[in-house]
Design a binder for this molecule. Structure first.
Ligand code: GDD
Ligand code: GTP
Length: 437
C-alpha cells in the first residue's frame, strides 16, 4: 500500500498570505471553488493504492475539524486524519515524529505534498517512475526561468536516466532551472532511516558545539542558529535530507510539463485559481458555469448569459443575468453580483457584494466586502511564466493583484488599483499602489 502526507504548516506561517490568512488558515482558502487542500486530496484520490492520508501541521486541532468532516464525505475511500506537531518541527521533523502512525499497516511508499503548491499532481506517473527505476525517492520537478530558480530548491539531474545528481535548497548562485515542486514519493524503508541519520548528525554537531562553547570559543556564536534548530527538533527535508539522497540513494526526478505554481503571497491565489479553473474546464467539470450562447444539447442549471469560461459560481451566490463574468473567476457562497458588473481574473469571496456596473479585474474581494456602483477595483496581469505576483511601478515594487481584506468597502465610482487593504477598511477616494491599513 501507499500513504500520503500533506504538510500544512501552522499559525506562524503564511504571513505572506496576509491579509487573507488573518481570517482563515491558508490551506483552507478557496481557489476555483474549493479549499487549496481539497485540490491535493482530489489528486490523491486518483491513486488506487492510497487509502490513508495525514495532514501534518501545528495548527490547533479545531482548525481542520469541519474540513475533515466534509472531506470524509466527499472522499469516502480515503481515511483523512490531522496529526498535530507540538511545535514547528520542519518539513521532515513532523514525518519523523509521526512515523509510528505512518508505518502502521506497513505501507511500502509514502507521498509527501507541500500544501502550498498548485499543480496537476501527477502522482500516478511518479509512482510508475518509482516502480520502473526501483527508486528510493522520486521528486516532482518543473522548469522555471533562470532568474526565478534560486527561489526554489534546485535539482541537477542526468537527463537520460532522470537520476538526481545534486540538490541544493534555494542556492545563492545558479545551478539549474529544474526546481523542486514540493511533491515527493519516498520508499518507507529509506526515508525514516535517512531522517534518523540527519538527526544523529545534528546531535553530534551540537555536542561538539557544546564542548566548543564551554571552552568559550568565540567562533561558536556563529553556529547558534543551527544549534537552535537542533534543540527544537527541527529537521528539514530540503536542507537536511535531499542533498544526501542525491549523493547516496536511488533518487529520481519526474519532470512535469503541466502547470505548477507556488501559493505564497495572497496575490498568488489568482494564478492558482485560474490554473485550476482552466483544468476543470478542460476536463468538462459539471461544476463550472456554462455560457448559454453555446448550444450544448441539454440545458443545465449552470447555463447562463454573460459567461466567459472558465467561471465557478457557488450555487448559493446570486448573480444578475446582466453581469459579465470571466474568464478565470470564482464567486463564493452568498456573494451578490449586480447588473452590468464586469468581473475577470478574480476571486469574489463569500457574502461579498459587487454593485451594478462595477468592474473587478485581477483582484480578490474579501468575505463580506462591498464594491460600489461604477467603482473599479483592479490589479495588473502577471505573465503566465513569471513566478512572482509583484510588479515594478514607478521604480517601486508593488503587489500586482489588488486584495481587499474581509469586509472592506469601496465607495461608488471609486478607483482602486494595485492595493492591498487590511480588513474593515473603507475606501472613499482613488487609491493607487498603496497598502491600506
Ligand atoms: N507540518 C509542518 N511543520 N509543515 C511545515 C513546517 C513545519 O514545521 N514548515 C513548513 N511546512 C510546510 C508548509 O506549510 C508548506 O506546505 C511546506 O511545508 C513547505 O514550506 P516551506 O518550508 O516554507 O518551504 P518553501 O515553500 O519556501 O519551499 C519549499 O517548496 C518549494 C516549492 O513550493 C521547498 O521544498 C523548495 O525546495 C520548493 O521549491
Ligand atoms: P511566510 O513566509 O510567512 O509567508 O510563510 P511560508 O509558509 O510561506 O514560509 P517561507 O518559506 O516563506 O518561510 C518563511 C521563513 O521561515 C523564511 O525565513 C524561512 O527561512 C523560514 N522557514 C522555512 N522553513 C521553515 C521551517 O521548517 N521552520 C522554521 N521555523 N522556519 C522555516
Amino acid at each position: 500500500a501507499t500513504k500520503a502526507v500533506i504538510l500544512v504548516g501552522g499559525e506562524s506561517r503564511g504571513t505572506r498570505f496576509r491579509p487573507l490568512s488573518l481570517d482563515l488558515p491558508k490551506p483552507l482558502f478557496d481557489v476555483a471553488g474549493h479549499p487549496i487542500l481539497w485540490h491535493c486530496l482530489k489528486a490523491i484520490e486518483k491513486v488506487p493504492s492510497i487509502h490513508e492520508v495525514y495532514l501534518i501541521g501545528y495548527y490547533d486541532e479545531s482548525i481542520f475539524f469541519q474540513f475533515l468532516q466534509e472531506a470524509s464525505k466527499e472522499f469516502p475511500h480515503l481515511s483523512i486524519k490531522y496529526l498535530r506537531e507540538y511545535q514547528a518541527l520542519g518539513t521532515a521533523g513532523g514525518l519523523y515524529h509521526f512515523r509510528d502512525n505512518i508505518l502502521n499497516g506497513r505501507p511500502e511508499r509514502l507521498f509527501v505534498l507541500n500544501s502550498d503548491v498548485c499543480c496537476s499532481f501527477p502522482l500516478n506517473e511518479m509512482l510508475q517512475l518509482a516502480r520502473e527505476k526501483d527508486a528510493e525517492a522520486v521528486i516532482l520537478g518543473t522548469r522555471v526561468s533562470d532568474d526565478a530558480a534560486s527561489n526554489f530548491g534546485c535539482i541537477v539531474s542526468d537527463s537520460h536516466t532522470r537520476r538526481v545528481l545534486h540538490y541544493v535548497e534555494k542556492p545563492e548562485s545558479h545551478i539549474s532551472n529544474l526546481i523542486n515542486c514540493g511533491v515527493y514519493l519516498f520508499s518507507t524503508d529509506t526515508i525514516f532511516p535517512s531522517i534518523r541519520t540527519a538527526i544523529k548528525r545534528r546531535a553530534d554537531r551540537s555536542a561538539r558545539l557544546l564542548s566548543f562553547r564551554s571552552s568559550d570559543n568565540l567562533e561558536s556564536s556563529f553556529m547558534i542558529n543551527d544549534d537552535d534548530d537542533a534543540q527544537n527538533g527541527v529537521i528539514r527535508l530540503e536542507q537536511d535530507i535531499l542533498g544526501d539522497m542525491a549523493d547516496s540513494k536511488q533518487f529520481f526526478v519526474y519532470e512535469t510539463k503541466d502547470f505548477w505554481r507556488q501559493i505564497k503571497t495572497a496575490g498568488s491565489a489568482i494564478p492558482a485559481n485560474a490554473l485550476y479553473l482552466q483544468k476543470a474546464w478542460q476536463n468538462g467539470s459539471k461544476e463550472l458555469a456554462e455560457p448559454n450562447l453555446v448550444v450544448k444539447g441539454e440545458k443545465t442549471d449552470n447555463t447562463r448569459p454573460g459567461i466567459h469560461p472558465p467561471v465557478f459560481i457557488h450555487p448559493e451566490a446570486i448573480v444578475h443575468d446582466e453581469a459579465e463574468l470571466g474568464p478565470n473567476v470564482s464567486i463564493g457562497p452568498g456573494a451578490k453580483i449586480g447588473p452590468g458588473a464586469r468581473i475577470s481574473n478574480s476571486i469574489v469571496l463569500a457574502k461579498a457584494e459587487i454593485k451594478p456596473s462595477a468592474h473587478v479585474l485581477h483582484s480578490i474581494i474579501g468575505w463580506g466586502g462591498k464594491v460600489g456602483a461604477w467603482a473599479r477595483v483592479e490589479g495588473s496581469p502577471t505573465p503566465v511564466t513569471s513566478h512572482t505576483t509583484s510588479i515594478i511601478k514607478n521604480g517601486v515594487k508593488v503587489q500586482a493583484i489588488t486584495i481587499l481584506g474581509k469586509e472592506c468597502v469601496v465607495g461608488d465610482e471609486v478607483l482602486v488599483k494595485n492595493c492591498v487593504c487590511l480588513p474593515f477598511k473603507e475606501l472613499k477616494r482613488v487609491s493607487l499602489s498603496i497598502l491600506c491599513t
